[in-house]
Design a protein around this ligand. Structure first.
Ligand code: F6R
Length: 588
């Protein structure tokens, strides 16, 4: 969601803050702002829109001489995306930036209004700022603690206090790290904000308060100083640049081949993954694309490994009655490892003493830290808001889990996995090289208003992801349907030339899907088929090599991603930063 960067040190402050914001912009981008502090003076500059608007403003203003500052890029929760609601917020002696949501903000606002506080914005953040200021009587640590005791919700905060040359920061249910280099200290919601300057960082845990000063930093919890280990990240600055690609999304799709090879090399035998075949039931929980990856996993685990699975989106799972009456494993699937609902689902399982397994990309994330077992996907940093390479690796992990489970359960005799993987990698390379083909398809559909995806079984799960990818980056209305279900209502929306993208990878039910294709074709639909066998009489037919069922989705998904990309590109969309979206949804 939103992004935080703060810095105290010898480097050029505005440069560090703007660079940090630019590298965080993928997390939220409706407004931004910085606060620079010079003992008594705090200068706040804010702008609506993208970071480049803020950057322009900074060039036109005389900035105070300062080496302490905080900055924020926002994804609106409370209040419109305008300058008033942009962070930093200032009340009295306190200036702060905030990620998260204060759920009882209205209540606290009323209380503070009665105390005479006048609010300038509609945000929950300003309320929190006013509350800390309300309790501030020369002891900031105690004011922060008192205020946060009254707060319900999630927060990552970076705070400046007038006449105090330090940055204070604290978090609950929203990530925050301290960056360390020889010239100074950083506070950031995400390593990418500071990776240009340092790869050394400390992860803050719930309600640890850090004070960053010119020459040192102190972390306390419950008034006691605590020592924490300094970690280093393998991510380098180069990996978060676009290289020669027009968009991060394209770069990330093109990285899929090399990342898949890495994944195959890491998870190369059944001992490299946890044995999930011992569980009677598996709950796979995630949000958005992660959940759709879970749906692919469910089909593979049920059909191929005979393991009963249940898939649910985390925002439902966390509040719903769940029967934990079998030996159950809950799999949390999340690229960021910070999605609020998925974290809550994980904690629910843990409260019920159920084993949890995270399939996660960010190794330092909350889900990675708190789950019992973890499988890391090796996607590297994913910057484009719409996930591509992480999704592909998530489904790959499910393919491998299903394959090794079916061997553990003696359902399947081992195949020559190394040979199969070599085969898959060479097919994937070919598929990624055929951009022209997807561009030609995109040209035929990019001006349409509605696009449908149909498929059965595992293909339906892939349709859901293809449809989500298309709608989120191109803003074309799109829906995915089980192929047999379309005629129960939605077929009414099929008109002459309405694009219908059909996937047929499962030969057992190919004829059934083909009949559904005929149904839409006879209503005038412009049918595009992605199949593992050539389908005669259809001009738009992309044929994908047939490989083992366990891995077949790996060869289909990049095609859907590239069609979505080409469509959005033809429509001149802001592909890496689609409107209203944010990478890593850290609020409910
Ligand atoms: C869509 C997309 C989202 C995420 C979802 C979960 O392209 O990226 O649907 O998959 O917000 O995010 P993570 O995987 O970080 O939990």
């Amino acid at each position: 969601m939103c992004g935080i960067i703060g810095y105290i040190g010898k480097k050029s402050l505005d440069e560090v803050l703007i660079e940090g914001l630019k590298n965080l912009e993928y997390r939220g981008y409706d407004s931004s702002g910085i606060a620079l502090q010079n003992f008594n003076d705090v200068q706040i500059i804010k702008s609506s829109g993208k970071i480049k608007e803020l950057e322009k403003k900074l060039q036109e203003i005389n900035l105070i001489n300062s080496n302490i500052g905080i900055a924020h890029t926002r994804w609106a929760t409370h209040g419109n995306p305008n300058i008033e609601n942009a962070h930093p917020h200032q009340v009295g002696n306190i200036t702060l930036v905030h990620n998260g949501i204060i759920e009882n903000a209205n209540e606290l606002r009323q209380k503070l209004t009665k105390e005479g506080v006048k609010f300038k914005s509609q945000t929950d953040t300003e309320v929190l700022c006013a509350l800390i200021n309300f309790y501030y009587k020369n002891d900031i640590s105690s004011a922060i603690k008192k205020a946060l005791k009254e707060v319900k919700g999630s927060y990552a905060l970076a705070i400046l206090v007038k006449k105090d040359e330090s940055i204070y920061a604290i978090k609950k249910d929203s990530p925050l790290i301290v960056g360390i280099d020889k010239d100074g200290y950083f506070i950031a919601s995400d390593i990418s904000a500071i990776i240009k300057y340092t790869n050394k960082y400390i992860v803050l845990e719930e309600n640890e308060l850090v004070k960053l000063s010119q020459n040192d930093y102190i972390i306390t919890k419950n008034n006691k100083i605590i020592k924490k280990s300094i970690q280093s990240t393998e991510i380098d600055f180069e990996s978060i640049t676009k290289s020669n690609y027009k968009h991060y999304m394209l770069k990330e799709i093109m990285e899929e081949e090399i990342l898949l090879e890495k994944t195959f090399n890491i998870y190369n035998d059944k001992d490299s993954l946890i044995d999930i075949s011992k569980y009677e039931e598996i709950h796979i929980i995630g949000c958005g694309s992660a959940m759709y990856a879970g749906m692919v996993g469910k089909t593979l685990l049920e059909e191929k490994s005979n393991i009963r699975c249940y898939v649910e989106c985390a925002s439902e799972y966390r509040y719903k009655k769940i029967f934990y009456d079998r030996k159950t494993l809950v799999i949390l699937i999340s690229q960021s490892g910070e999605t609020a609902d998925t974290i809550a689902a994980m904690r629910k399982a843990k409260e019920n003493k159920i084993d949890t397994l995270a399939i996660v990309n960010v190794k330092t994330s909350t889900i990675a830290r708190e789950s019992d077992y973890k499988i890391f996907i090796e996607a590297g940093k994913e910057i484009a808001v719409a996930t591509t390479k992480a999704y592909l690796l998530q489904i790959t992990i499910f393919s491998l889990l299903a394959y090794f489970s079916s061997i553990n359960k003696h359902i399947l005799k081992e195949i020559n996995l190394k040979e199969e993987e070599k085969n898959i990698l060479s097919h994937l390379k070919n598929i990624l090289e055929q951009r022209k083909k997807y561009y030609e398809i995109a040209k035929k559909i990019f001006q349409e208003e509605d696009i449908y995806f149909i498929g059965r079984g595992i293909d339906y799960s892939l349709c859901l992801e293809g449809s989500l990818k298309l709608k989120e980056i191109s803003y074309i209305h799109s829906e995915a349907y089980q192929a047999g279900e379309l005629k129960h209502g939605t077929i009414a929306l099929i008109n002459k030339n309405t694009p219908v993208i059909a996937i047929i990878s499962d030969q057992n039910i190919a004829d059934k899907t083909l009949s559904n294709i005929e149904e839409v074709k006879s209503r005038g639909a412009n049918v595009i088929i992605i199949s593992t066998k050539k389908i005669s009489n259809y001009e738009n037919n992309i044929v994908v090599p047939k490989i083992s069922d366990f891995f077949q989705p790996i060869l289909i998904i990049p095609i859907l991603q590239l069609i979505a990309y080409e469509v959005a590109n033809l429509r001149n969309c802001d592909i890496d930063k689609p409107k209203n979206l944010a990478k890593s949804v850290t609020v409910e």
